[in-house]
Design a protein around this ligand. Structure first.
Ligand code: BES
Ligand code: ZN
Length: 597
């Protein structure tokens, strides 16, 4: 192992894996819905350097009952002072020959990763529900672990749940309930802690292909299976692009609406928001995105959260390529173009908030919550950086590179500097191309978007632009021109309307697109912002219901932020938030409490 060092390589973990590092987890747990507590034993197999006398874990709000070594030998442990973001360091004294650390503990009812839903908060209304969200640094609130993306381990688990519920993890999964309520899981490929996941609920499974399928509450299952019918095509399309899928199965779990993200790439089992079940398969790029993480992120993992763009930028690139392969160039260009507009808006907001440095790809999140790095910069600036490499040196070359990048660095972590070295050497050796360092400088280490950023171009959006121009000139919206518009065209339309609109204009736009009645969450979210800005009160009840029933942070943020721009809106937002807050996961309340509580 490497020599002793005192500067932690990951600013968001107390662990010192260069001294003593976890290799395998055996997790035995009981899930108690009445107390909202998980009682568990985490038995960690470890490796340590010769003179290591301590191993450090991350924990947050976890109550440790007992720690023993190997076959139950007593040992000492210490818990350091709590940091409000990072939680606590748990230091366990070890011997040179120690192989296993057994930690018996309970979680707290407020554990940040866990969301416990009452039956009313589910689709079926009969059974409670539990899900975890571990990324970025919340795994430590339900499993004592070395909570750094640079540390990988395999795991197995035995989980006891109420007999009428099914348990699922980011591992090998059951496809139906059993009589005992005890479920066994195995994850044979090493994963970092942020990919630990568990969900418990009244769940059913239906297959899509022999290696993929959907889990959902019974009343959501058919709709979900229909929506994601192309799942197998996405997996094989992804494999054709960048090499074999390395995780055996790929299933999707459709969660209740309080899930705070669109999707989460838990290995073998993507967690997804029900807000992508639009009824017309128009929002399935989200599945392409989470699937793509099976290479970018889950195989080649960002070493720290400062390198988050390596996960998300590569994934947006890969996602867009899957969508291009399945649905054509123009569709992919629509997605890229919507993304670019969001990026420009995000950069404007970050600059207005004084957060100029957060518009670089390489972040400096020391002493900050890694959640601050979750912006369009990592996703979309990352995407356009990779696309500019593709355009500069050729698409075939870039594809060859990516395939090898995933293969050579699989099941390892990668930081920004490691990526730079790898791609430079690769282009030199393989193609005899001297990679232009200026690309790194202008994209990775500079603020904002470089002048020469690639420009996506979609014929379908050009037609939408004509309609908007016609409206600006003559206030005339011809419904026949929008007969074949998809969700993406409607979104482009909404996002490019003038900022200020009269009541009459709002009414005629609403007649044109039937936005207020839309069942599509992306459209409701975009239209809500416009309605608030222009005081279009017909939307008020829809906005209130949407904010109460949906927990997806990406939708809530823009709406609450628009509401609080006026004093009256702020009062309204606070009233709605007080009703909605109990439906939100910690990652959402942690964002919005500052604004509204
Ligand atoms: N891994 C992310 C979600 C995430 C990022 C959770 C950082 C916690 C911290 C996931 O892959 C993701 O990017 N989800 C997006 C959807 C995607 C289509 C852009 C989301 O939830 O909106
Ligand atoms: Zn992602």
């Amino acid at each position: 192992m490497e020599q002793k060092t005192f500067k932690p390589t990951d600013p968001h973990s107390f662990s010192q894996p260069q001294e003593a590092r976890v290799k395998h987890l055996k997790w035995t747990s009981t899930i108690d819905f009445s107390t909202k507590i998980i009682t568990a034993v985490a038995s960690w197999t470890i490796e340590s350097i010769e003179d290591a006398d301590v191993i450090i874990f991350d924990i947050k709000d976890i109550k440790i009952a007992k720690v023993t070594l190997d076959d139950d030998q007593p040992t000492e442990f210490k818990i350091a002072e709590r940091d409000s973001i990072l939680g606590e360091a748990l230091a366990v004294m070890i011997k040179p020959y120690t192989k296993t650390i057994n930690i018996s503990y309970t979680t707290s009812p407020g554990a940040e990763a866990l969301q416990w839903l009452s039956p009313e908060q589910t689709a079926g209304k009969k059974f409670p529900f539990l899900f975890t969200q571990s990324q970025a640094i919340l795994a430590r609130s339900w499993v004592p672990c070395q909570d750094s993306p640079s540390v990988r381990f395999t795991y197995e688990a035995d989980v006891t749940v109420p007999k009428d519920l099914l348990a699922l993890m980011s591992a090998s999964n059951p496809q139906q309930k059993n009589e005992t309520g005890v479920y066994h899981f195995e994850m044979k490929q090493p994963v970092p802690s942020y990919l630990l996941a568990l969900s418990v609920g009244d769940l059913q499974f239906q297959a899509i292909s022999n290696r993929s399928g959907i889990y959902a509450e019974p009343s959501m299952l058919q709709k979900s299976v229909w929506e994601f019918a192309d799942l197998e095509k996405m997996i094989s399309g992804a494999e054709e692009l960048y090499g074999p899928y390395q995780w055996d199965r790929y299933d999707v779990l459709v969660l209740p609406p309080s899930f705070p993200f669109g999707g989460m790439e838990n290995p073998r089992l993507t967690f997804a928001t029900p807000t992508v079940i639009a009824g017309d398969r128009s929002l399935t790029s989200l599945i392409a995105h989470e699937l793509a993480h099976s290479w970018s992120g889950n195989l080649v993992t960002n070493a720290t959260w400062n390198d988050f763009w390596l996960n998300e930028g590569f994934t947006v690139y890969f996602e867009t390529r899957i969508m291009e392969k399945l649905y054509g160039k123009d569709h992919a260009e629509m997605l890229a173009s919507l993304n670019l507009q969001d990026l420009h808006n995000e950069i404007k907001d970050l600059n207005e908030a004084g957060l100029h440095a957060d518009t670089k790809l390489k972040l400096d999140l020391d002493d900050r919550n890694p959640d601050d790095g979750v912006t369009e910069v990592a996703y979309v600036k990352g995407y356009f950086f990779l696309r500019s490499i593709e355009e500069k040196y050729g698409k075939d070359k870039f594809d060859t590179f990516l395939k090898d990048y995933f293969y050579d660095n699989g099941f390892k972590s990668m930081n920004t500097e490691g990526f730079m070295t790898y791609i430079k050497e690769y282009y030199q050796k393989k193609f005899n191309i001297a990679f232009d360092d200026q690309l790194f400088q202008s994209w990775i280490f500079s603020e904002g978007v470089p002048e020469n950023c690639p420009r996506p171009s979609s014929d379908r959006f050009k037609k939408v632009d004509v309609v908007i121009a016609g409206w600006n000139a003559e206030q005339n919206l011809d419904k026949s021109k929008a007969g074949d518009w998809t969700t993406q065209e409607w979104l482009h339309f909404l996002k490019n309307l003038p900022d200020t609109l009269s009541q009459q204009q709002m009414q005629s736009i609403d007649n044109f697109g039937k936005f207020t009645q839309s069942g599509n969450a992306e459209i409701i979210s975009a239209w809500s912002v416009i309605a608030i800005r222009n005081n279009y009160q017909r939307m008020d009840p829809v906005i209130e219901a949407f904010l109460i029933n949906t927990g997806r942070r990406k939708f809530l943020g823009p709406i609450y932020n628009e509401l609080i721009k006026t004093e009256q809106g702020k009062q309204k937002a606070k009233v709605i938030y007080s009703k909605a807050r109990s439906n939100y996961h910690f990652v959402a309340t942690n964002t919005f409490d500052k604004l509204l509580n």
